[in-house]
Design a protein around this ligand. Sequence first.
Ligand SMILES: C[S@@+](CC[C@H](N)C(=O)[O-])C[C@H]1O[C@@H](n2cnc3c(N)ncnc32)[C@H](O)[C@@H]1O
Length: 222
Amino acid sequence: MRRPALTFKVRRRGLSTKRRRELESWSERWCIDLDGPPLDFDEVFGPERPSGRGVVLDIGFGHGESTIQMARADPSVDVIGVEVHDPGVVTVLDAVENDPLPHVRVVHGDVIALLARIGAETLDGVRIYFPDPWPKTRQHHRRLVRADVVGALTDRMRVGAELHLATDVADYARLMRSVCDDEPRLAGGVVERPPARPITRFERRGLDAGRTVTDLVYRRTP
Ligand SMILES: C[S@@+](CC[C@H](N)C(=O)[O-])C[C@H]1O[C@@H](n2cnc3c(N)ncnc32)[C@H](O)[C@@H]1O
C-alpha cells in the first residue's frame, strides 16, 4: 500500500550547537513522544492539573507565535502543539521552559502519526492556522485539511469542541468548508476573524501580498 504523501515540506535548516542542546534537553522535559499508548492528559500535564481542564490540539504551529500568545492569554486550557520543524519546536520549548507556560506540551513530528495516541472524544479544541497551501493542483493531495484527517480529528473532539481553521488561500478556504460541511458531526462555517487569534508572520505575509484571510469555526455535534 502506498503511504499518503506528507503534508509538510521536509527542510533541513540547522540549529546552532547551543540551540540543538537546548532542544534536546527541553524536549526531554516538555515533549510528548509520537509513539506510545493512548495519552492520559493528567499524566501528560502533571499531578497539579485541576480535574476537568480542557485540552486543545494546535496543529502545525510554525514559529509558534499564536501557540505562545494564546497560551499566555488563556492559562485555563491545556495545549498540545504539534510541529515537524526544529526551529519552531525549540522556540515554543523555550517559552514553555522560560516564560514559563506549564500548561503547554509539544509534539515534534507529524500530527497524523500522533492521532493514534489521542483517545476518542478527549479534545476540547483543534486549531489549524495557515496549513501549508500546496497551491499547485498536482500538490493538492498533500493538503492537511482533507476528509480522512477531519474525520479522525472529529472522532477525537468532545461534543461541543471547536475546530478553528484559518487560511489566506481562497481555494483552500473553499475546500476546508466543503470538507467540514460534509462531516456530519460538525456544524459551523465561515466566521469573522476571532480577536483571540494573533497575527503570525505567515498571515502577515499573506496580508501584505493582498490576500484575504478566511476563518472557519465548526463545533462537534452529538
Ligand atoms: C504555513 S505554516 C503555518 C504556521 C502557523 N500555524 C502560523 O499560522 O503561523 C504550516 C506549518 O504546518 C506544519 N505542518 C504541516 N503538516 C504538518 C503535520 N502533518 N504535522 C505537524 N505539522 C505540520 C509545517 O511544518 C508548517 O510549519
